[in-house]
Design a protein around this ligand. Structure first.
Ligand code: ADP
Length: 318
């Protein structure tokens, strides 16, 4: 025993081989340097890595004419149980063509992976930009919101609910235009009045009826709720219901508990619009038309473009 009275640990058995490191998540091998489909009709040169999400890795590629694209790569092994679902999401994304929605181009496979080529958004997401900027000016917020709401209205008229609208899924093109991406949670409303029952979304942006009205289900208004959370986040700099753990976030969503910071001036028009959108009862939420007709949009400047300098510093619109 040592000075503290604790017994000495037994000596290690000599010569026992170290156990190999056990990884719970194995990183799949990189896709080939030249990505092509089985017929060899399509070739893309892999030129860079863009990022990784829940189930896909995304690379920058060049097509035969030298045009740059994003290529989403999903291993077939990881798709085994999700094949039908993934096909459905691809079909939804493919059916949408709008200047503020990431354009879906091709989908093909080789023996290991499924590949999806998408319009390249080389400037990251609004989440990345918010991290650098901390918050946006209200004119910038109007510019981004008008584009987001346009894309959202287009999706809804095509019976698509995105269900995961958040700053991290709002990409930017080289001209600072918003491109809605990641249709991994999107749902198609096939019959009028149909309600969706799956609990999905991202905690900070999830509408109360998704969490607490599972009997009734949810519909298009969940995207409207996220639009409200996005507006709050753009002008305040953090999401309204943000706290340390997910359970507490859900409780705050249930109780509609959020505040506007007092140390900065958020215009009363912005506050009023956010309050209207973050209405617990989905049928009382404003329509997308009513949102763009609100004083926040009609009585303040909407810039015709955002300079790329806005990535790092607030632009001067004067
Ligand atoms: P997942 O569907 O697995 O969640 P994401 O769509 O979130 O994957 O993509 C993962 C990451 O890849 C993103 O965070 C982003 O950095 C990058 N990315 C995705 N799509 C594009 C794109 N069209 N252009 C540029 N980068 C992209």
């Amino acid at each position: 025993a040592n000075a503290n009275g604790a017994p000495k640990p037994p000596p290690k058995a000599p010569g026992s081989p170290p156990l190999p490191r056990q990884n719970s998540k194995t990183t799949p091998p990189s896709p080939p340097k030249v990505i092509s489909d089985k017929t060899g009709r399509m070739h893309f040169d892999r030129v860079g890595f863009l990022g990784e999400g829940g189930f896909a890795r995304v690379y920058e590629v060049k097509d035969q004419r030298g045009a740059r694209l994003a290529c989403k790569v999903v291993t077939k092994a990881s798709l085994k149980t999700k094949k039908a679902k993934t096909k459905a999401k691809i079909k939804i994304h493919r059916s949408l063509e709008h200047p503020n929605i990431v354009n879906f181009q091709e989908c093909f496979e080789d023996n290991e992976n499924v590949y999806m080529t998408l319009e390249l958004c080389p400037s990251g997401s609004l989440m990345d930009m918010l991290r650098r900027r901390r918050r946006f000016t209200e004119p910038e917020a109007r510019f981004f919101m008008v584009q987001l709401i346009g894309a959202c209205h287009y999706m809804h008229t095509h019976q698509v609910i995105h269900r995961d609208l958040k700053l991290g899924n709002l990409f930017l093109d080289a001209n600072m235009n918003v491109k809605v991406g990641d249709f991994g949670l999107a749902a198609l409303i096939e019959n009028p009045g149909e309600r969706k029952k799956t609990i999905c979304g991202t905690p900070n942006y999830i509408a109360p009826e998704v969490l607490f009205d599972t009997a009734n289900g949810h519909s298009f208004e969940v995207d409207t709720w996220s639009v409200g959370v996005i507006l709050y986040t753009l002008v305040v700099g953090r999401p309204p219901f943000q706290t340390k753990d997910v359970k507490a976030i859900y409780k705050r969503i249930r109780d509609n508990e959020y505040e506007f910071p007092t140390e900065r001036v958020i215009s009363s028009a912005a506050q009023h619009l956010i309050q209207q959108i973050l209405t617990p009862n989905p049928s009382e939420r404003p329509t997308l038309h009513e949102i763009v007709d609100h004083a926040f949009f009609t009585q303040g400047p909407v810039p015709s473009y955002i300079p790329t300098s806005a990535h790092d510093a607030p632009p001067d619109f004067k």
